[in-house]
Design a binder for this molecule. Structure first.
Ligand SMILES: [Zn+2]
Length: 319
Protein backbone atom coordinates (compact mmCIF):
# COMPACT_ATOMS: atom_id res chain seq x y z
CA UNK A 1 0.00 0.00 0.00
CA UNK A 2 1.28 3.48 -0.91
CA UNK A 3 1.42 6.60 1.21
CA UNK A 4 -1.77 7.91 2.76
CA UNK A 5 -2.89 10.90 0.76
CA UNK A 6 -6.67 11.15 0.98
CA UNK A 7 -8.62 13.72 2.97
CA UNK A 8 -12.34 13.95 3.72
CA UNK A 9 -14.46 17.07 3.33
CA UNK A 10 -17.85 17.20 4.97
CA UNK A 11 -20.82 19.50 4.47
CA UNK A 12 -23.06 19.53 7.54
CA UNK A 13 -26.37 21.09 6.59
CA UNK A 14 -29.64 21.58 8.40
CA UNK A 15 -31.37 19.00 6.19
CA UNK A 16 -28.58 16.94 4.61
CA UNK A 17 -25.04 15.89 5.43
CA UNK A 18 -22.49 15.02 2.76
CA UNK A 19 -19.01 13.53 3.14
CA UNK A 20 -16.63 13.36 0.17
CA UNK A 21 -13.24 11.62 -0.03
CA UNK A 22 -10.65 13.48 -2.13
CA UNK A 23 -7.34 12.27 -3.50
CA UNK A 24 -4.17 14.39 -3.43
CA UNK A 25 -5.31 16.26 -6.56
CA UNK A 26 -8.67 17.04 -4.88
CA UNK A 27 -10.52 14.76 -7.22
CA UNK A 28 -13.56 13.23 -5.46
CA UNK A 29 -13.13 9.46 -5.24
CA UNK A 30 -16.07 8.55 -3.00
CA UNK A 31 -19.07 10.13 -1.32
CA UNK A 32 -21.94 9.48 1.08
CA UNK A 33 -25.01 11.59 1.79
CA UNK A 34 -27.69 11.25 4.47
CA UNK A 35 -30.53 13.26 5.97
CA UNK A 36 -29.33 15.28 8.97
CA UNK A 37 -32.03 13.92 11.25
CA UNK A 38 -31.23 10.39 12.41
CA UNK A 39 -32.33 7.84 14.98
CA UNK A 40 -28.76 7.32 16.21
CA UNK A 41 -26.96 9.98 18.32
CA UNK A 42 -25.42 12.79 16.21
CA UNK A 43 -21.81 11.77 16.94
CA UNK A 44 -22.48 8.27 15.66
CA UNK A 45 -24.42 9.61 12.65
CA UNK A 46 -21.54 11.86 11.58
CA UNK A 47 -18.92 9.12 11.96
CA UNK A 48 -21.19 6.73 9.99
CA UNK A 49 -21.47 9.21 7.11
CA UNK A 50 -17.68 9.68 6.95
CA UNK A 51 -17.23 5.90 7.08
CA UNK A 52 -19.83 5.57 4.28
CA UNK A 53 -17.77 7.86 2.05
CA UNK A 54 -14.57 5.92 2.88
CA UNK A 55 -16.32 2.65 1.99
CA UNK A 56 -17.59 4.16 -1.25
CA UNK A 57 -14.04 5.23 -2.12
CA UNK A 58 -12.51 1.94 -1.01
CA UNK A 59 -10.14 3.96 1.17
CA UNK A 60 -9.06 2.80 4.64
CA UNK A 61 -6.64 5.50 5.76
CA UNK A 62 -6.96 9.27 5.56
CA UNK A 63 -4.81 12.23 6.60
CA UNK A 64 -7.60 14.30 8.13
CA UNK A 65 -11.16 15.57 8.01
CA UNK A 66 -12.42 19.09 7.31
CA UNK A 67 -16.01 20.04 8.08
CA UNK A 68 -18.28 22.97 7.29
CA UNK A 69 -21.15 23.46 9.74
CA UNK A 70 -23.74 26.09 10.53
CA UNK A 71 -22.59 28.25 13.45
CA UNK A 72 -21.94 30.00 15.63
CA UNK A 73 -18.89 27.84 16.26
CA UNK A 74 -15.31 28.14 17.43
CA UNK A 75 -12.92 27.36 14.57
CA UNK A 76 -9.97 27.09 16.98
CA UNK A 77 -11.47 24.33 19.13
CA UNK A 78 -13.90 22.82 16.62
CA UNK A 79 -16.79 23.19 19.06
CA UNK A 80 -20.25 24.06 17.72
CA UNK A 81 -21.61 26.67 20.11
CA UNK A 82 -25.25 26.60 19.03
CA UNK A 83 -27.09 25.44 15.92
CA UNK A 84 -30.86 25.85 16.23
CA UNK A 85 -31.48 23.73 13.09
CA UNK A 86 -29.57 20.72 14.39
CA UNK A 87 -30.26 21.26 18.08
CA UNK A 88 -26.56 21.17 19.03
CA UNK A 89 -25.19 23.16 21.95
CA UNK A 90 -21.49 23.12 22.91
CA UNK A 91 -21.06 20.13 20.63
CA UNK A 92 -17.36 19.12 20.24
CA UNK A 93 -17.63 18.17 16.56
CA UNK A 94 -13.92 18.16 15.66
CA UNK A 95 -13.01 16.19 18.80
CA UNK A 96 -15.63 13.52 18.10
CA UNK A 97 -14.33 12.87 14.59
CA UNK A 98 -10.70 13.12 15.68
CA UNK A 99 -11.19 10.52 18.45
CA UNK A 100 -13.08 8.10 16.22
CA UNK A 101 -10.81 8.16 13.16
CA UNK A 102 -7.54 8.99 14.93
CA UNK A 103 -6.64 11.83 12.55
CA UNK A 104 -6.77 15.65 12.83
CA UNK A 105 -10.13 17.30 12.16
CA UNK A 106 -11.10 20.96 11.67
CA UNK A 107 -14.44 22.74 11.64
CA UNK A 108 -15.38 26.07 10.16
CA UNK A 109 -18.56 27.86 9.20
CA UNK A 110 -20.25 26.24 6.18
CA UNK A 111 -20.44 29.46 4.18
CA UNK A 112 -16.79 30.20 4.95
CA UNK A 113 -15.98 26.74 3.59
CA UNK A 114 -18.05 27.41 0.46
CA UNK A 115 -16.18 30.67 -0.08
CA UNK A 116 -12.83 28.97 0.59
CA UNK A 117 -13.69 26.21 -1.90
CA UNK A 118 -14.60 28.73 -4.58
CA UNK A 119 -11.42 30.67 -3.84
CA UNK A 120 -9.16 27.58 -4.01
CA UNK A 121 -10.82 25.83 -6.93
CA UNK A 122 -13.16 28.28 -8.71
CA UNK A 123 -12.67 31.36 -10.86
CA UNK A 124 -11.03 33.68 -8.35
CA UNK A 125 -7.87 31.76 -7.46
CA UNK A 126 -5.69 34.71 -8.46
CA UNK A 127 -7.30 37.05 -5.91
CA UNK A 128 -6.10 37.84 -2.37
CA UNK A 129 -9.34 39.50 -1.20
CA UNK A 130 -12.65 37.82 -1.93
CA UNK A 131 -16.21 38.24 -0.74
CA UNK A 132 -18.56 35.25 -1.01
CA UNK A 133 -22.30 35.92 -0.92
CA UNK A 134 -24.77 33.03 -0.84
CA UNK A 135 -28.47 33.90 -0.88
CA UNK A 136 -30.74 30.89 -0.36
CA UNK A 137 -32.92 29.81 2.56
CA UNK A 138 -30.89 32.40 4.49
CA UNK A 139 -28.20 34.78 3.25
CA UNK A 140 -24.67 33.68 4.18
CA UNK A 141 -21.29 35.12 3.41
CA UNK A 142 -17.58 34.46 3.69
CA UNK A 143 -14.68 36.92 3.68
CA UNK A 144 -11.11 36.27 2.57
CA UNK A 145 -8.63 39.04 3.39
CA UNK A 146 -4.98 38.90 2.30
CA UNK A 147 -5.35 35.25 1.35
CA UNK A 148 -6.88 34.16 4.66
CA UNK A 149 -10.40 33.48 5.87
CA UNK A 150 -11.45 36.30 8.16
CA UNK A 151 -12.98 35.18 11.48
CA UNK A 152 -12.88 38.36 13.56
CA UNK A 153 -12.54 38.55 17.34
CA UNK A 154 -15.49 36.24 18.05
CA UNK A 155 -14.60 33.67 15.40
CA UNK A 156 -17.96 34.27 13.73
CA UNK A 157 -17.36 37.21 11.39
CA UNK A 158 -19.11 37.24 8.05
CA UNK A 159 -22.77 37.31 9.09
CA UNK A 160 -23.58 39.35 6.02
CA UNK A 161 -27.24 38.32 6.11
CA UNK A 162 -27.74 40.25 9.33
CA UNK A 163 -26.49 43.64 8.29
CA UNK A 164 -29.31 46.11 8.70
CA UNK A 165 -30.53 47.57 5.42
CA UNK A 166 -33.89 48.98 6.58
CA UNK A 167 -34.16 50.05 10.21
CA UNK A 168 -37.95 49.61 10.12
CA UNK A 169 -37.84 46.66 7.73
CA UNK A 170 -39.40 43.21 8.10
CA UNK A 171 -38.72 40.98 11.10
CA UNK A 172 -35.74 38.63 10.73
CA UNK A 173 -35.23 35.21 12.31
CA UNK A 174 -32.36 36.65 14.39
CA UNK A 175 -34.79 38.87 16.29
CA UNK A 176 -33.93 42.18 14.62
CA UNK A 177 -35.73 44.14 11.95
CA UNK A 178 -34.63 44.99 8.44
CA UNK A 179 -31.73 42.56 8.02
CA UNK A 180 -30.67 41.66 4.49
CA UNK A 181 -31.89 38.12 5.19
CA UNK A 182 -35.35 39.34 6.18
CA UNK A 183 -35.52 41.24 2.89
CA UNK A 184 -33.83 38.92 0.42
CA UNK A 185 -33.77 35.27 1.53
CA UNK A 186 -35.82 32.64 -0.26
CA UNK A 187 -38.21 32.65 2.70
CA UNK A 188 -38.67 36.43 2.38
CA UNK A 189 -39.34 36.06 -1.35
CA UNK A 190 -41.72 33.13 -0.84
CA UNK A 191 -43.77 35.13 1.70
CA UNK A 192 -44.42 37.83 -0.89
CA UNK A 193 -45.02 35.35 -3.70
CA UNK A 194 -47.64 33.52 -1.61
CA UNK A 195 -49.50 36.81 -1.22
CA UNK A 196 -49.32 37.35 -4.99
CA UNK A 197 -50.66 33.85 -5.62
CA UNK A 198 -53.53 34.38 -3.17
CA UNK A 199 -54.48 37.58 -5.02
CA UNK A 200 -54.33 35.88 -8.41
CA UNK A 201 -51.21 37.80 -9.48
CA UNK A 202 -48.96 34.74 -9.85
CA UNK A 203 -50.90 32.24 -11.98
CA UNK A 204 -48.04 29.75 -12.50
CA UNK A 205 -47.30 29.61 -8.77
CA UNK A 206 -51.00 29.27 -7.86
CA UNK A 207 -51.41 26.38 -10.29
CA UNK A 208 -48.24 24.54 -9.24
CA UNK A 209 -47.94 25.15 -5.48
CA UNK A 210 -51.09 26.93 -4.40
CA UNK A 211 -50.20 29.12 -1.44
CA UNK A 212 -47.88 26.62 0.25
CA UNK A 213 -44.80 28.63 1.21
CA UNK A 214 -42.63 25.53 1.64
CA UNK A 215 -43.15 24.55 -2.02
CA UNK A 216 -41.85 27.86 -3.35
CA UNK A 217 -38.23 26.78 -3.83
CA UNK A 218 -35.62 28.48 -6.02
CA UNK A 219 -36.29 26.25 -9.04
CA UNK A 220 -40.02 26.93 -8.79
CA UNK A 221 -39.41 30.69 -8.78
CA UNK A 222 -37.22 30.33 -11.85
CA UNK A 223 -39.89 28.31 -13.70
CA UNK A 224 -42.62 30.80 -12.75
CA UNK A 225 -40.56 33.67 -14.17
CA UNK A 226 -39.88 31.71 -17.37
CA UNK A 227 -43.61 30.98 -17.64
CA UNK A 228 -44.41 34.70 -17.53
CA UNK A 229 -45.32 35.45 -13.90
CA UNK A 230 -44.12 39.06 -14.15
CA UNK A 231 -45.04 39.96 -10.57
CA UNK A 232 -42.93 37.06 -9.31
CA UNK A 233 -40.03 38.37 -11.39
CA UNK A 234 -40.48 41.83 -9.87
CA UNK A 235 -40.32 40.38 -6.34
CA UNK A 236 -37.22 38.26 -7.08
CA UNK A 237 -35.43 41.15 -8.81
CA UNK A 238 -36.17 43.39 -5.84
CA UNK A 239 -34.68 40.80 -3.47
CA UNK A 240 -31.66 40.29 -5.75
CA UNK A 241 -31.12 44.05 -5.81
CA UNK A 242 -31.03 44.05 -1.99
CA UNK A 243 -28.35 41.33 -2.11
CA UNK A 244 -26.49 43.70 -4.41
CA UNK A 245 -26.87 46.57 -1.94
CA UNK A 246 -25.33 44.31 0.71
CA UNK A 247 -22.48 43.50 -1.68
CA UNK A 248 -22.02 47.21 -2.43
CA UNK A 249 -21.77 48.05 1.28
CA UNK A 250 -19.18 45.32 1.75
CA UNK A 251 -17.19 46.47 -1.29
CA UNK A 252 -17.05 49.93 0.31
CA UNK A 253 -15.75 48.43 3.57
CA UNK A 254 -13.48 45.60 2.38
CA UNK A 255 -12.43 46.54 -1.16
CA UNK A 256 -12.29 42.97 -2.50
CA UNK A 257 -10.92 42.07 -5.92
CA UNK A 258 -13.78 39.66 -6.58
CA UNK A 259 -17.25 38.78 -5.36
CA UNK A 260 -18.48 35.20 -5.73
CA UNK A 261 -22.24 34.81 -5.89
CA UNK A 262 -23.64 31.39 -5.04
CA UNK A 263 -26.44 29.68 -3.14
CA UNK A 264 -29.74 28.19 -4.25
CA UNK A 265 -31.30 31.37 -5.63
CA UNK A 266 -28.24 32.26 -7.72
CA UNK A 267 -27.88 28.71 -9.01
CA UNK A 268 -31.51 28.77 -10.20
CA UNK A 269 -31.44 32.32 -11.65
CA UNK A 270 -27.82 33.19 -12.36
CA UNK A 271 -28.35 35.86 -15.03
CA UNK A 272 -31.03 37.67 -13.06
CA UNK A 273 -28.84 37.76 -9.94
CA UNK A 274 -25.71 38.90 -11.78
CA UNK A 275 -27.81 41.64 -13.43
CA UNK A 276 -29.36 43.01 -10.27
CA UNK A 277 -26.24 42.72 -8.12
CA UNK A 278 -24.18 44.53 -10.75
CA UNK A 279 -26.83 47.25 -10.98
CA UNK A 280 -26.88 47.70 -7.19
CA UNK A 281 -23.09 47.76 -7.00
CA UNK A 282 -22.99 50.48 -9.67
CA UNK A 283 -25.58 52.48 -7.72
CA UNK A 284 -24.24 51.99 -4.19
CA UNK A 285 -20.53 51.16 -4.16
CA UNK A 286 -18.01 53.98 -4.45
CA UNK A 287 -16.64 54.30 -7.99
CA UNK A 288 -12.98 53.97 -7.00
CA UNK A 289 -13.67 50.87 -4.91
CA UNK A 290 -15.94 49.08 -7.38
CA UNK A 291 -13.88 49.91 -10.47
CA UNK A 292 -12.08 46.59 -11.02
CA UNK A 293 -14.18 44.25 -8.89
CA UNK A 294 -15.14 41.04 -10.67
CA UNK A 295 -18.57 39.67 -9.85
CA UNK A 296 -18.65 35.98 -10.75
CA UNK A 297 -21.03 33.07 -10.18
CA UNK A 298 -19.95 30.17 -7.96
CA UNK A 299 -18.71 27.14 -9.88
CA UNK A 300 -18.58 24.20 -7.48
CA UNK A 301 -22.30 23.69 -6.82
CA UNK A 302 -23.21 21.13 -4.15
CA UNK A 303 -19.57 20.17 -3.52
CA UNK A 304 -18.33 23.68 -2.63
CA UNK A 305 -18.48 23.27 1.17
CA UNK A 306 -16.99 19.75 1.17
CA UNK A 307 -14.19 20.86 -1.19
CA UNK A 308 -13.39 23.95 0.84
CA UNK A 309 -13.34 21.93 4.07
CA UNK A 310 -11.09 19.27 2.52
CA UNK A 311 -8.73 21.97 1.32
CA UNK A 312 -8.71 23.60 4.77
CA UNK A 313 -7.60 20.42 6.54
CA UNK A 314 -5.04 19.87 3.77
CA UNK A 315 -3.65 23.39 4.29
CA UNK A 316 -3.61 22.98 8.09
CA UNK A 317 -1.69 19.70 7.78
CA UNK A 318 0.77 21.29 5.36
CA UNK A 319 1.50 24.32 7.56
ZN1 LIG B 1 -31.19 39.11 11.07
Amino acid sequence: MGEVEHVVGMDIGGTKMLAVVFDDQFKPVGRFRKKSKAKVPPEQHINNIIQGALDDAGVQKIRGVGMGSPGPLDPDTGVIIDTPNLGWKDFPLAGIVQDHFGVPAVVDNDVNMGTYGEWCFGEVQDCRNVLGMFPGTGVGGGIIIDGKLYHGASGSAGEVGHMTLEVDGPFCGCGKNGCLEGLASRIAIAKEVVALAARGDAPYILENCGTDLSKIRSGMLSRAIAAGDTQVERVVRHAAFYVGVGVANLINVLSPEAVVLGGGLVEAMEDLYLDEVTRAVNDHAMPFLRKNVRIVPAKLGDDAVAMGAARLIHDKLAS
